[in-house]
Structure formats: C-alpha cells, structure tokens
Design a protein around this ligand. Structure first.
Ligand code: FAD
Length: 472
C-alpha cells in the first residue's frame, strides 16, 4: 500500500456525499455549489492545462473564509479528496480531482491597498495579473511570475520567481503575513511573530498546511520599467552569451530566455517560423537611461529578429491572454550552475530533435535580492542556486505524451549538473523523490514536522505532498 493511501485511511471512510450532507452544507455556505448535473459544470471543472479531464463530485466557489472552513469540514467528514484552486495553473493537475471536492477561490478577489504604508491585503482568488494591474495604478508592485493568469495562491505558496526576482527577491520575500484555514477549520493569522513555524512553511511549502484566504504583501515603487520581448536567433553562442550577460547585468534587470521553435505568430517574420529562437523577456526596474544601457549588450548579441523592449508601465509586462489556450505539456524543472558553450550546444541539439508542436527550454538567471535571503529563512531554500531551467514539450493530444515524456526525461538528464534541486512551482506529478529535491538540507524534515502539527491526518494531500511527521 502506498504511504499516501495509508494517510488517507486515517481519515473517515465515508468517501461519498449523501444528499442530506449536501443540503446541510449548502445552507451553511454563501458561495456557489456546482455539481455534475449543473449548467456550467464543464467550464467549472476545467483547469489551465489541457489533457487533465477530471470529474469532481462537487465544486464550491467559496465566498469567504467561513465558507472555506465549511468546505474543509465537509472534506474531513466525507473523506473525499480535496483540491484547492486559486488560478488553476498547477503543473501537476493538483487543482482538480476525480470524485472529490474542488475548493475554488476564484470569486474571492478583494484587495485592500495601503498606498502610504506600501502594503496590500489580497484575497487568494486574484490572479497575479489582476493584482499587478490594481497596485500598478499606484506605481507599486509585488513581484510574481511571467504569466498574469497564474493565481496568487499557488505561486506565492511555492515561492514566486519572476520579473523582479533579482531586484526585490521572490514573491515570498514580500509576504508579511497570511490568513490560513487549517485542517481543523480554524482561521489563523500567521506572520513572523504569530505561528512563525507555519509562516516559515507556507513560504515555499505549497498548499500542504491549509487554505490561504488572504496574503499581506509588501509593495515596492515600480512604475516605469524598461522591458518587453527581444527575439534573437538561437545559436549556441547567442544562448551562452545571453546567460553570461544576464549574470553580469545589474540586479535591476531580470531576464527569462525561452529558447524555442518560433511559433507562427504575426509579430514574427514568416521566415523564422519553425526556426530556433531565443524569445526573451527582459525587465529592468530602475531609471530608463540605465535600463537602456543594461539592455544594450543583449541587443548586440545578434541582429534582433524582434525588439519590443521599451519603457513601459510595469503591469504591461502581463499582456492579455487567450482564455481558450489549454496546452498539453510534459516538463521538467531544475537548477543548473552554468550554461557554457557545450551546454548551449546540447540545448540546441535536443530542441531540434523534439517532435512536439513546441519545444522550449526556459532559462532564468537568478541571484541579486533573492540570493541575499538566508536559505533557512523560508521553506524555499534554493537561495544560492544560480540558474533555473525548465524543459518543456507542448503538444495537442494527451495520447502523444509517452514520446514527449521520454524526450523531456533524456534532455533533463543531459542538462543536470551539481545543483540537484527543483522548484516546487514547476514540478509535475513526479513522485516523492522529486518533491524532496524541492526541499534541500533540513527543509524537508522541518516541513514534515510543521505538517504534523497543523495537518496530522494529511487532509491537504492533493499537492506536492509532504507527509506529516507523527506528533508525540
Ligand atoms: C503558464 C505558467 C507560467 C508559470 N510561470 C511561473 C513563473 O514565472 N514563476 C513561478 O514562480 N511560477 C510559475 N508557474 C508555476 C506556478 O507558480 C504554479 O503552477 C502555481 O502553483 C500556480 O498557481 P495557481 O494558483 O494558478 O494554481 P492552482 O492550480 O490553483 O494551485 C496550485 C496548487 O497550489 C495550492 N494552492 C493554490 N492556492 C492555494 C491557497 N489559497 N491555499 C492553499 N493552497 C493553495 C494547491 O495545492 C494547488 O493544488 C507557472 C505556471 C504556468 C502554468
């Protein structure tokens, strides 16, 4: 019997929702209940990634923290699997369930911005794009990732690596406090002084410890940035020189280089469609002139195919997205120490060998503010990791998965270097060994102990799971 199953068996064994339980539950909650027979069920059960086709017994669009406590109680009493969903972008498909309950936070979007104190309380149904646009209206920002439709719930609990990572650190480095409903249904206020063990754990430990209802963030003055997309031809020389420049750049500049086959998009000249390009996103959070100077070396690496880097309001870094984009993906995340000429050559060769509709290697040079936080200060412990690399194949049909999984596995093995770590936010459903790689040093044991205190029955197990240490 798998260990996860054993944890489950310690929960009540009812494992279904009877009508009486549903009636009682629905009279307790303010939010909306959606069941398989209801209109809108198919839209409500869909998540970002395609190929994840699960049928929950109940979806609850919660309205407030009290609703969340009721859902947690229902999951506890019924023994049904509980999926917690903020933006629905879980790479592993953890925000939906077959036959279980989905706690959908998407209606909880309240945001209180304190411009004077430069802080904001945000409910966890907000997406990172919505939050960034709202605080951006005041010339302020908290750093998240590269995609505006990602929920603040998942990305914050995982760490949060994005366009401000070198200048202001991870998302969790700006997390001042949170409100969390724990497995016993209690709403806790959590910060450095109150439940400090839980506050440490939720800064990187994912959804293992409870449902975060609100986050209290620090805001930075980030008004006009120099940023946008720069597309270069992807030769080995350009790739490793790009990484070297990103490393040498002032920490105001964070970069995300996607080495990939150029998609047939209108902003790309037809002759490069299907060719390998470096489609890079750059963000310089500082003075415009200094930003232009910092970006000049990247523009000089080769004649740019597209250059859309310009002074812009920071929220523009999250352009509108297509609602009906649901790729099927196989991916692997890792940290590496260096991308020199031979590694860049390996990248080009492997991308050329992929048969996926789109094959991509994403390279993020880290350092700066993120690296100045001590590794033991938060559950995200990869503070000295140098470069994050994500390898991915995107394709149309789930039945193609095996061939792309093999490609991803072999490619990731070829890239692997001394830093054996993984970023939890980009982990797929890859088993406990890989989850452990997300928590190096003492972090894993410490997280298991905190889990033992706040969720000893492993109610929150549909996640990158850390099983609880038994409490004496
Ligand atoms: C297209 C894309 C781009 C991405 N870019 C970046 C990036 O640039 N930087 C980066 O750091 N990450 C990035 N990620 C990874 C992303 O941060 C994680 O997948 C994250 O978990 C997604 O958050 P979500 O709220 O949208 O997802 P969901 O699927 O809603 O949640 C993921 C998991 O987080 C937990 N969870 C979510 N909300 C709560 C809550 N309120 N309380 C308790 N648990 C909760 C649950 O366990 C849930 O299963 C990206 C992912 C995708 C798909």
């Amino acid at each position: 019997m798998a260990d996860n199953q054993r944890d489950t068996l310690r929960l009540p064994l009812v494992r279904h929702l009877d009508e009486a339980a549903i009636r009682e539950f629905s009279s307790d909650v303010r939010g909306q209940l959606i069941r398989p027979e209801d209109d809108g069920y198919d839209e409500a059960r869909a998540v970002f990634y395609g190929g994840i086709d699960r049928r929950p017994a109940l979806i609850v669009r919660v309205a407030d923290a009290a609703d969340i406590s009721h859902v947690v109680a229902l999951a506890r009493a019924s023994g049904l699997e509980l999926a917690v969903r903020s933006g629905g972008h879980s790479v592993a498909g953890h925000s939906t369930t077959d036959g279980g309950i989905v706690l959908d936070l998407s209606e909880m979007k309240e945001l209180e911005i304190d411009v004077e104190r430069r802080t904001a309380w945000a409910q966890t149904g907000l997406t990172t794009g919505e939050y960034t646009a709202a605080v951006g209206a005041h010339g302020l920002a908290t750093g998240f990732g590269d995609t505006g439709s990602v929920g603040i719930g998942g990305i914050t609990l995982g760490g949060g690596v994005g366009y401000l990572v070198r200048k202001h650190g991870l998302t969790i480095d700006d997390l001042l406090a949170a409100e969390v409903v724990t497995a016993d249904g209690e709403l806790l206020r959590v910060d450095a002084e109150t439940h400090p063990d839980l506050f440490w754990a939720i800064r990187g430990g994912g959804g293992n410890f409870g449902v975060a209802t609100r986050f209290h963030y620090r805001l930075h003055e980030v008004d006009t940035i120099v940023g946008g997309m720069l597309v270069l031809p992807a030769t080995p020389d350009v790739i490793h020189s790009f990484v070297a420049e990103a490393d040498a750049a002032p920490e105001e500049l964070s970069t995300i280089a996607n080495v990939m086959t150029a998609p047939p998009m209108p902003f790309l000249p037809a002759e490069v469609h299907g060719q390998l390009v470096v489609m890079a996103m750059l963000a310089y959070a500082g003075e415009v002139e200094a930003g232009e100077r910092a970006i000049a070396p990247f523009r000089a690496l080769a004649t740019p195919i597209v250059d859309m880097v310009k002074p812009m309001g920071y929220p523009e870094i999250y352009p509108p997205e297509e609602d009906d984009y649901h790729p099927v993906a196989s991916g692997r995340t890792m940290f590496v120490d260096a991308i020199d000429g031979p590694v860049a050559q390996t990248i080009v060769e492997n991308l050329q060998a992929s048969t996926a509709q789109m094959a991509v290697v994403q390279i993020r040079v880290l350092g700066g503010a993120m690296a100045r936080v001590p590794a033991e200060a938060t559950a995200f412990a990869h503070r000295s990791s140098h470069i994050m690399v994500n390898v991915a194949a995107l394709y149309e049909r789930p039945d193609e998965a095996a061939v792309h999984e093999d490609w991803v596995t072999d490619f990731a093995a070829a890239l692997r270097q001394g830093d054996g770590g993984a970023y939890v936010g980009f982990l797929g459903d890859e088993g406990e060994g890989r989850v452990r790689e997300a928590y190096p040093g003492s972090a894993w044991d410490r997280l298991a102990a905190v889990k033992g205190r706040y969720d000893p029955m492993n109610l929150f197990r549909l996640n990158q799971n850390i099983r609880p240490t038994a409490q004496s």
